[in-house]
Design a protein around this ligand. Structure first.
Ligand code: SF4
Length: 702
């Protein structure tokens, strides 16, 4: 039985796929350090996506308003012809590319190369901008390097205390909870999530701040920890810079003041600081953050505030302790390392760095001056589409921005205003339905490639069966388009192992160095954590780095940086028309925009429609009852959702999952207020009002 990995989240659980009597593949959990044989319901049903009744198997082109089947030559020539004409008339930046944190490392790398060489456009970004860009910016700022967990996940099991800020692994990656059964948990989340409930049930704490106030809560904890004398003064002196500035910010957040702003009782802040501080004193505490901390217009600063707390307690770069960020998408880590970000070249190199440009140009066999400069981050890119100053064509690979981008009504308008929209996908997603040309591509178990999981571990997804006839891989699509746009074929190989070797050369010397990652090493069964530098001779093993920062951080002076962020709060405010906060997140049974999981019968039956969690008193004031339908309205749009009364909900906050489309799309409400450093939108805080509504039509249209 071949071993492969789940198509969904960053835990990248291992599984065996075995053909049943009828030929369809069945999933068996495989022993692997992150999942130890366990899977969540998405993993157990993952092979259902291979046999969907509406699977795309033929290229489609829009003809008289409808998408109609065509052959590959026609589809590819249509795309190349349109892109050539647009570039000729409006310049290379008239064509944009949008990638995904779900793509393999090889596709990520080739997509960036395709944009910079075949299209010569600067306009490329990806949906990971919506996922973990704020923590990436914060960890780069603090440590000089961004790897989600700078230690193996298995290290968590030995901790005394783990603080989880804005992450809900009990629902989003359940096998991870197996690593969290021994430590006491402190969960920071406006909702009483399954993770928060597990913390309370096992003697830990749930701190439920008002949405948008995580930053002062982190600084309040720092204040309480210093007052209780839990800070590690030796570590601060020897391994960091900037503590005094951080303390200057935290000094004003004494617990009673923090309680007034966050709503978290002062005695809970002191208890949490003692719990965490005592564990830190014993060298056995972790601080982990997720999207709840990041998806704000101040997301980088909020993640930085949690890092400042971890640094003050002496956690990062210590055996048995640490700070980490839990990545969301399957290749959220590798997806941001190899060149599909607007500002980045492979190896986590910055595109404006002359030395980085020279190195990549050498590997690609072009002159450095031919490489375009930085483009726009995702939300700005979408805002510019189809406008007089923005791209007029977009190629989307492995993403569904018509559901997953903020303020989707506006995004759909922008997509509709394009001259030309091309999508590669295996299901007719909401973005596919807006496209002019659709290319049907292979999916996870039908092709090989590497992923980098939340620990920075490079692993192999193995091909278990051939794709359906008529379907090509994304690498084949990229290569065919590049050749039609005038590139030599050998510059765009289609074999994943050939691409991985080139990626290794391109990343050599960069922060995310994969130069020692070979197909043979990935298949050897030995753990491969980047950076993996190539050995000087063939006789020695390439190095692998399970734990980062043990001796020094990645800044030139070896020291970590405190950020000392200032609390600014959300970009918009509640008022008499929009008196509640809405926050969004994931369910156990669905993944991202739901384009895959809403098509899996078992998952769809379990969670077939959007719901909104509301406190019973809030619901009663709005005239809502359990199981009825509610309309939520923000300053941008509205959503229909079925009411779930939750006694544990905050009175001022409602929660919506973001996996649904059309009139049930949570992102109809959200807005594209961006973090100025990371470009991440503020998904987590939206001012709304809620009112009774009648049931939606079949698609949830309003
Ligand atoms: Fe594991 Fe995540 Fe897949 Fe669930 S979705 S089986 S947690 S990798």
């Amino acid at each position: 039985m071949p071993t492969t990995h789940c198509p969904y989240c960053a835990l990248q659980c291992a599984m065996h796929l075995e053909p049943g009597p009828a030929g369809a593949l069945t999933v068996y959990g495989a022993d692997f350090p992150t999942n130890r044989g366990g899977l969540c319901r998405k993993g157990w049903t993952a092979t259902d996506t291979l046999n969907l009744p509406d699977r795309l198997t033929r290229p489609l082109v829009r003809h008289r308003g409808n998408l109609v089947p065509t052959d590959w030559d026609d589809a590819l020539e249509t795309i190349a012809g349109r892109l050539r004409r647009l570039r000729h008339a409006h310049g290379p930046d008239s064509v944009a590319v949008f990638g995904s944190g779900g793509l393999t490392n090889e596709k990520t790398y080739m997509l960036g190369k395709f944009a910079r060489l075949a299209l010569a456009t600067s306009q490329i970004d990806y949906n990971g901008r919506f996922c973990m860009s704020s923590a990436a910016a914060a960890t780069n700022r603090a440590f000089g390097l961004d790897r989600g967990l700078p230690f193996p996940l298995t290290d968590l099991a030995g901790a005394r205390v783990v603080l989880l800020a804005g992450t809900n692994p009990a629902e989003t990656m359940p096998p991870m909870m197996g690593h969290l059964s021994s430590p006491a948990l402190i969960v920071v989340d406006p909702r009483r999530t399954a993770t928060a409930q597990a913390a309370v049930d096992n003697g830990g704490l749930h701190l439920a701040p008002r949405p948008g106030t995580d930053l002062p809560l982190a600084q309040g904890l720092l204040h309480a920890a210093r007052t209780a004398e839990w800070l590690d003064d030796d570590y601060i002196a020897q391994r960091t810079t900037g503590f005094e500035a951080a303390w200057a910010q935290a000094a004003s957040w004494w617990p009673e003041h923090t309680e007034r702003i966050t709503g978290v009782p002062a005695h809970h802040i002191r208890t949490a600081a003692d719990l965490l501080g005592r564990a830190a004193y014993h060298g056995s505490a972790y601080v982990l953050t997720g999207r709840g901390a990041e998806q704000h217009s101040t997301g980088t600063d909020t993640a930085s505030a949690w890092i400042d707390l971890a640094l003050a307690l002496g956690l990062p770069g210590r055996p048995g302790s640490g700070y980490g960020c839990i990545t969301g998408q399957g290749n959220g880590q590798g997806g941001r390392e190899h060149g599909q970000k607007a500002d980045q070249l492979p190896g986590y190199r910055h595109i404006t760095d002359p030395a980085a440009r020279a190195h990549i140009a050498r590997v690609w066999g072009v002159a450095p001056c031919t490489l375009p400069g930085p483009g726009r981050p995702a939300a700005e890119l979408f805002d510019a589409l189809g406008t007089t100053h923005g791209p007029r064509a977009l190629l989307v690979m492995g993403s569904n921005p018509a559901v997953s981008a903020p303020d989707t009504t506006r995004v759909r308008e922008r997509l509709s205003d394009l001259d030309f929209l091309v999508t590669t996908d295996f299901v007719p997603s909401e973005t596919v339905q807006l496209s002019d040309v659709v290319l049907p591509v292979a999916q996870w178990a039908e092709e090989s490639g590497t992923m980098t999981n939340l620990e920075g571990r490079v692993l192999r997804r193995t091909r278990a069966q051939a794709p359906p006839p008529g379907v090509r891989t994304d690498l084949q699509v990229i290569s065919a388009l590049a050749v039609r746009l005038g590139q030599p074929a050998d510059r765009f190989p289609t074999d994943p192992d050939t691409v991985l070797r080139e990626l290794g050369r391109a990343s050599q010397g960069g922060k995310a160095d994969y130069s020692g990652v070979s197909p043979e090493q990935v298949d050897s069964g030995r753990p491969v954590y980047w950076p993996v530098t190539a050995s000087a001779s063939d006789e020695t093993e390439p190095s692998s780095t399970p734990r980062l920062f043990l001796d020094q951080f990645a800044h030139p002076d070896g020291r970590a940086r405190f950020a000392a962020p200032v609390h600014l709060g959300p970009a918009e405010h509640t008022d008499e028309y929009y008196p509640l906060w809405a926050t969004t997140g994931r369910l156990m049974g669905h993944y991202q925009s739901g384009a895959q999981t809403r098509r899996v019968d078992e998952l769809n039956h379990a969670e077939p429609e959007a719901h909104v969690e509301v406190h019973p008193e809030t619901a009663a004031r709005a005239g809502l009852s359990q199981g009825g339908w509610a309309r939520l309205l923000s300053r941008r749009g509205s959503v229909l959702a079925r009411v779930r009364l939750m006694h544990t909900a905050r009175h001022d906050t409602v929660f919506l999952p973001f996996h649904y489309a059309h009139g049930q799309a949570a992102n109809n409400l959200t807005h594209a207020a961006l973090d100025p450093v990371s470009g991440m939108p503020e998904f987590k805080v939206t001012a709304v009002r809620i009112e009774p509504a009648s049931a939606p039509t079949t698609e949830g249209h309003l």
